[in-house]
Design a protein around this ligand. Structure first.
Ligand code: PEP
Length: 260
């Protein structure tokens, strides 16, 4: 069973403005200082507010190892004429240590395919960022009992361009299991399904990489809230959570962090 230091990540998505983002990070930091949760915390704000969020974390003198920063998406290209895109390296100017790759909204709303996600994974690892690779099935795939097949394909193809980088440093990859039908719906996966799929992800990583990779973190994401967090986080092979909606509420988010 894999139990290491937990990571609770806040995916703010495309929400808020500079005023509300500043208030949210101030409130999160204050509650974090008060509650002293045992987990590591990661904030993934809209990229345009990274500088603001970084300056607030610095103002409260919280080490970036404890509350770290990440980018929600990166360009599949290193640099150049790619209007609107941001690179992993650019995010490092704002002390981002993590990059979220292959979130279901990127896959299903912006039609990112497996090949694009493989390129992003490679670039993120080459930039020495901790890469959170999201995988998960749609409701149709779930109902057809295709979850494992989909996850195998997503893992295999996302890591196909990065196997040697991945093998050389396991700490640089985190997998987030996020069933698409559980994201933002208020209906998280059952505890049995989470246990089953997290174990399957380990088995698959071992198969793809050829050795035992029990030090890789696997997060669960999909309607995690302050009521269900403690039972989800207790499960074997669950090393944290990726939290969307509930991370926009400082109290709920720190309650999730404190439920470990
Ligand atoms: C997410 O965006 O990754 C997510 C899990 O969202 P929510 O917690 O709102 O389901």
């Amino acid at each position: 069973m894999n139990k290491q230091k937990y990571l609770i990540a806040a995916n703010w998505k495309q929400n808020g403005d500079v005023k509300s983002a500043t208030k949210l990070i101030n409130d999160i930091v204050k509650l974090y200082k008060k509650n002293q949760p045992k987990c590591d915390v990661l904030i993934l704000p809209p990229a345009i507010y990274l500088s603001t969020i970084l300056s607030r974390i610095n103002y409260y003198k919280i080490p970036l190892k404890k509350i770290s920063l990440g980018i929600q998406n990166i360009s599949p290209f290193i640099e150049g004429a790619f209007t609107g895109e941001l690179s992993a390296n650019m995010s490092k100017d704002f002390k981002c240590s993590h990059a979220l790759i292959g979130h279901s909204e990127r896959r299903h709303v912006f039609f990112e395919d497996d090949k694009t996600i493989a390129s992003k994974t490679r670039l993120s690892l080459e930039s020495n960022m901790i890469t959170i690779l999201c995988v998960g099935e749609t409701i149709t795939e779930y109902n057809k009992n295709l979850t494992k097949k989909v996850i195998f394909r997503q893992l295999k193809s996302a890591l196909s361009k990065s196997l040697e980088l991945f093998k050389s440093d396991h700490s640089k990859v985190i997998i987030a299991y996020e069933p698409v039908w559980a994201i933002g719906t208020g209906k998280s996966a059952s505890l049995d399904d989470i246990v089953n799929i997290h174990a399957y992800i380990y088995k698959t990583l071992n198969k793809l990489l050829g050795t035992d990779h029990h030090m890789i973190k696997i997060l669960y994401g999909g309607s995690v809230n302050n009521n269900n967090a403690s039972s989800i986080l207790k499960l074997p092979n669950v090393n944290g959570a990726l939290v969307g909606g509930a991370s926009l509420n400082s109290k709920k988010f720190i309650d999730i962090c404190s439920s470990i």
